[in-house]
Design a protein around this ligand. Sequence first.
Ligand SMILES: [Zn+2]
Length: 135
Amino acid sequence: MLYAVNASIDVPLQIGAMTDTSSGRSAFNSPPVNLREVSEHTYVLSSFFNRIPTHIEYRQVYIDKPNLTREMIELTMFYHPDNTGYALSRKYWDGKMRYFLFGCEHKWKSTNIGRCLSRDTCTECGYTTVIDSSD
Ligand SMILES: [Zn+2]
């Protein structure tokens, strides 16, 4: 299930590109690219709470475990237009939450393009943003 949060934002839908289907499973059972579990502390300190996602999606995905087994988890994923996202997973019967990040781990290269104006480009995914630091 996929929901557009703010349909007035003209953001290209990159969800298909952000799905790792290398296992041959359906997109619904495949994790997003570069899914990584983080601690609750890391999640709390992330920008999850002050960014507005463009899309929200629910999936049941298989993830590999270190002992070469896999487990299926529920993911509610929050997509952002910069090729990144956040995901929450509940352990229903334990009453617990798990926290995930996915997508690019940006490595920024900044270029000064004017007074107090810089263009930051990720050297990994190419995402570009312009920052006006005069305010
Ligand atoms: Zn990037």
